[in-house]
Design a protein around this ligand. Structure first.
Ligand SMILES: [Zn+2]
Length: 143
């Protein structure tokens, strides 16, 4: 499963010896809209009833199936027709379980990247510590 960067990236590109600042959009959880039976049918017909996870034909009469977001909403997937597909209920359970792990990892990375994640145990004599170690080895209080 390919995964785009979960946090905003400010890239500096070298162009004609000048640094160009490029700011990309933040990835947020997409709000979920209600799915009407008509929209469910449209999603079904898009793949002719083929599961987007295991790629096998779904027997709509005998098997339980749901409409799944191909790219999870938590990972910035769009709540639109082209990001949806029918899946077996069992396949969806497995995909959702993996999706939660991906989303949790993305949130951890975003917290760390934005500096919102403050360590409870800062490195000894590190930037967050009350003490600093000088080059000669002496430890002095940080002012
Ligand atoms: Zn399936």
């Amino acid at each position: 499963m390919t995964q785009a960067s979960p946090f905003p990236v400010a890239d500096c590109l070298l162009k004609d010896d000048a640094m160009v600042f490029v700011e990309t959009e933040d990835v947020r959880t997409t709000p979920r809209s209600r799915l009407t039976p008509h929209r469910r049918l449209k999603v079904w017909e898009k793949t002719c009833g083929r599961c987007v996870v295991c790629h096998q034909q779904i027997d709509g009469v005998r098997e339980r199936w749901i409409v799944e977001h191909i790219r999870a909403l938590e990972l910035g997937g769009r709540d639109e027709h082209d990001n949806m597909g029918p899946v077996h209920a069992n396949c969806a359970a497995a995909k959702t379980r993996d999706g939660y792990q991906c989303a949790a990892k993305a949130k951890r990375q975003k917290l760390r990247h934005l500096g919102a994640d403050i360590s409870k145990r800062p490195l000894p004599c590190g930037r967050q510590s009350r003490w600093k170690k000088k080059i000669d080895g002496t430890i002095v209080p940080r002012r």
